[in-house]
Design a protein around this ligand. Structure first.
Ligand code: FMN
Length: 148
């Protein structure tokens, strides 16, 4: 039963864009009758990641495509590579075009061997990009259901 999925949304956000994507993901699951748990990277204490069926990890991308230090610390804190990580990121193509766009999210997905495509959102997801999040989530959930 998908409603019994245990879902964690972990994210880092400085100026709110990645937080907006995280909130959208949380709302989507709530509409599906699934209560999610939250981990604000760098703020909250981390629960045992092994408890969750699905872990969403969201980050923005920092200078020249780098991963924020807080996210690197989170990776160390998790301490192993959960197989059920779905990665999302926000970025801005003005900082280096497609090559560097959401590079931190790409690197995390590669590191974790994520079986899901990376969701990349340009700045705020509000407006036309909301449908992109929704489609991505449907794909993630279809895949997750096949394991449930
Ligand atoms: C100094 C600086 C460097 C950045 N470098 C990149 C980059 O290399 N690639 C990218 O996609 N976005 C880059 N960005 C854009 C941010 O990742 C983007 O604004 C993101 O949505 C911020 O997320 P937040 O609002 O959750 O903090 C950079 C932003 C700043 C301020």
């Amino acid at each position: 039963m998908v409603s019994e999925l245990r879902v964690l949304i972990a994210y880092l956000s400085y100026s709110g864009n990645t937080e907006e994507v995280a909130a959208y993901i949380g709302d989507y699951f709530n509409r599906e009758g699934i209560t999610v748990e939250w981990h604000r990277i760098g703020i909250d204490a981390l629960n045992d990641p092994a408890y969750y069926d699905l872990i969403f990890l969201g980050t923005f991308t920092w200078e020249r495509g780098s991963t924020p230090d807080e996210v690197k610390d989170f990776v160390l804190e998790v301490g192993y590579k959960p197989e059920n990580m779905a990665i999302f990121g926000t970025g801005d193509t003005q900082f280096g075009g497609d090559d560097l766009f959401c590079r931190a999210a790409d690197k995390l997905a590669k590191f974790y061997g994520s079986s899901y495509p990376v969701l990349k959102i340009e700045q705020s997801p509000r407006g036309s990009q909301e449908s992109k999040i929704e489609q991505w989530l449907e794909g993630v959930l279809d895949n997750a259901k096949s394991y449930a």
